[in-house]
Every structure is written in C-alpha cells, then in structure tokens.
Design a protein around this ligand. Structure first.
Ligand code: ADP
Length: 377
C-alpha cells in the first residue's frame, strides 16, 4: 500500500517557547508532518519561495513585521498556501478578520492540543484545495464564455454579410419590377425580405445575449428614468399603433449597467405590447420601489397573462408559450433579461394569471455601502 508523504509545515514563530509547544503537539498528533521553522517574515517568505509547503502556521507578531501586515504579506506573495494564524488572543473579532483576510483558520496558542492542531491543518489544506479547484473552474468558465462570445461575433458576421447581399439583390429586383403586374412574385419577394429581416433580428438578439456577461458591464448608479426615456423612442411607435398607454411611477437611481438595463426594459415593454389581450385597451405600468437592500422594478400589463405552470419555464432560452400562434418571436427575450439580471446578482420573476395580465418583477440588489464615501454608515 502506498504511504502518504508527510505534510510539509512551515511554522513562523519568533518565540522559542511557543515554537516548542507547537512542535510538541504536532509530534503527538496522528498526522505525519515535516516541520520547518522561520523566526522572521523575511525568512518565511524566502522559505515559501524555495520549498513546496502544505500549510503555514503563522504568528502575526514578528520582529520584522507589524501584526496587522504579516498575514497580508504572506498572502500577497503566496496566495495558494493555506495559512493558519496563531495568536495569544482568544478574540473572535480578530479571528473573523483574519479569516476574512484569507487565513484558513485561527488557533489560540494557550489552547493548542494535538487533535486540534491536526484537525485544523487537515481542514485548512482541504479547504484551500477546494478553493483552488473552484478558482480554476471559474477561470475556465470565464475562458469558455469569452470563446463563446467571440464565436457568436464571428457567426454573426458570417451570417450578416450574405444576408445583406441577398436582401440588397431582392430590393434591386423589387425596384426593377415596379411596373410588373405579377402579384404572386411580388408577394414572394416581400415575404423573402421579411424573412431576412427576421433572421437579422434573431442574429442581433443572439449576439446581444452572448455579449451580456457581467464582465462586460459598467456598473454604477444610473437614473432609471433616463434609461426609460432612451427606450421610449424604440417602443413608442408600436405602442401608438396599438393605442396602448404607458404609465410610470417615480423612478429612482439604481446600481446597474446602463446598456444592459436598457435591453432589459426594452424586452419587457416589447413583450407587454406583443402579448396584449385582443379587445382590451393596453395599459402598461412601470414603477420601482426602493427597499433597504434592493430595488424592485415592476413592469405590469393587462395583457393575455401566463398560466402558472409556465412562470419559470419562460425564462429559459427558446421557451415560448404561444409557439404555434401568429405572434412572432423566438423565445430569447426573457432568457436575455434573466442573464442581465443574473449579471447584476438580482432576481427576475413573473406574477400572472392566464387572461389577467402579467407583472414582471426585477430585484436589483443595492451595492454594499462604501465607508469612505458614506461616513454615516
Ligand atoms: P418571445 O417573445 O420571442 O417568444 P420571450 O423570451 O420574450 O420570447 O418570452 C417567452 C414567452 O413568455 C413568450 O413566448 C410568451 O409566451 C411569454 N411572455 C413573455 N412576456 C409576456 C407577457 N408580457 N405577457 C404574456 N406572456 C408573455
């Protein structure tokens, strides 16, 4: 059977008595360890640069480093090594701060036992390994998102060019045939041009969808009212065509990426118009409530509504409820909205009943307060 190699531990401790205490407990513990000792921060950093260490037991108060800087120095130089802070204080605030800063654990020197030390080292190494795997996974996910985005760009370009050639040719043919009385062929040309417009629209939507990643955002406080005013010219003509009415409450500033928020509002408002109830005058209400930790943006319509079993499904890509109806669409709009909201660490959901209108609710979390710009908090 293969025997595990001893874990290599670096003890950073300038006090001989404390160092012997740790050594003794480590020898008594069930694990197998090879222990090296550094008495200054400089010595510790040098050791870490030259030797593969499984974990560091770190006293923060060293002859060449101030208590509040030691841990950061070690993490700045060796972010991947698990660090357990040794302290003479039994102070939970201090422990929390060390763990927040990046230490894996915190041990009080006077309370050390072989078991405690062994367990702390084992968990510190395991936790750090999991963190490392998670970071690698996040990095590969980010890389694959970037690949997907550039793939979408290439594809969009490859599809758009031939489409514009075909559409240009069809328009020329249409112009040449202005005197023709061949109604059927004219209709075929018009249908083909409409189909090309549909494909272009789909390509644009898919491209927007692929580009909407949190990394592409410029997140800051922006006026929701201004964003709505930018969207209005796009939706107002259709709203006027159907004789609809848009009513807005007071709209606050929210923390968001402006471009993505514009897409979000545009999609929700276009849907409210698209899925209106025949025979009922369309009414859309937009409002936004400010709560302690979030903003709740609501887009409510008195349209055809959505039955309960489809409330979650409609946010998946290519999910449509009225897929066989005459209402044009591909089912990407709400998936796009959901991605935008995810990018803002928010939530989106619908409250609706079939035949009784729909209210789409977007929760946008408030950013943590910056103590430098908000001294009162
Ligand atoms: P699309 O409109 O292209 O089908 P969406 O992703 O925007 O795609 O919407 C998905 C489905 O959700 C739609 O097919 C429709 O059935 C339903 N839906 C979206 N918005 C509304 C609304 N305001 N009222 C009723 N149904 C809606």
């Amino acid at each position: 059977m293969e025997t595990a190699l001893p874990k290599s531990i670096l003890l950073v401790e300038d006090n001989d008595t404390h160092a012997h205490l740790v050594e003794r407990q480590l020898r008594k513990s069930a694990g197998s360890y090879s222990l090296c000792r550094a008495t200054t921060l400089a010595e510790a950093l040098k050791h870490l640069a030259n030797v593969d260490v499984d974990a560091v037991l770190l006293d923060l108060s060293l002859p060449d480093s101030a208590i509040q800087e030691t841990l950061q120095q070690v993490l700045d130089h060796h972010a991947t090594v698990p660090v357990i802070v040794l302290t003479s204080l039994n102070d939970l605030d201090f422990a929390n701060q060390a763990v927040k800063q990046g230490a894996q654990d915190f041990l009080v020197k006077g309370e050390l036992s072989a078991n405690l030390l062994e367990r702390s080292i084992r968990y510190a190494i395991e936790r750090k390994n999991s963190q490392r795997k998670l970071q690698q996974y996040a990095a590969s996910l980010e890389a694959s998102n970037r690949n997907l985005e550039s793939f979408a760009h290439t594809l969009a370009h490859e599809v758009r060019s031939p489409l514009s050639v075909v559409s240009g040719c069809l328009q020329l043919i249409q112009a040449d045939r202005s005197d023709s009385d061949d109604v059927e062929t004219d209709q075929m040309i018009r249908d083909s041009l409409a189909a090309i417009r549909g494909i272009s629209d789909l390509v644009n939507r898919l491209l927007n969808f692929a580009q909407a990643t949190s990394a592409n955002g410029d997140y800051r406080m922006i006026s929701l009212e201004c964003v709505l005013h930018e969207v209005l010219p796009v939706i107002q003509p259709t709203l006027d065509d159907v004789g609809g009415q848009l009513i807005c409450g007071a709209l606050p500033e929210v923390y968001a990426d402006e471009v993505q928020l514009r897409h979000l509002l545009q999609n929700l408002l276009s849907n409210a118009i698209k899925y209106r109830r025949p025979g009922t005058a369309l009414r859309i209400n937009v409002d936004c409530q400010t709560h302690e930790t979030e903003w709740l943006l609501r887009v409510a319509d008195n349209g055809m509504g959505i039955d309960h079993e489809n409330h979650d499904r409609i946010f998946a890509a290519f999910a449509r409820v009225q897929s066989d109806s005459d209402i044009a669409g591909v089912g990407i709009g709400l998936a796009f909205c959901k991605r935008i909201v995810d990018n803002h660490s928010g939530r989106i959901w619908v409250e609706s009943q079939l035949g009784a209108g729909s209210t789409f609710i977007v929760s946008l979390p408030k950013p943590p307060l910056d103590p430098h710009t908000n001294p009162d908090h």
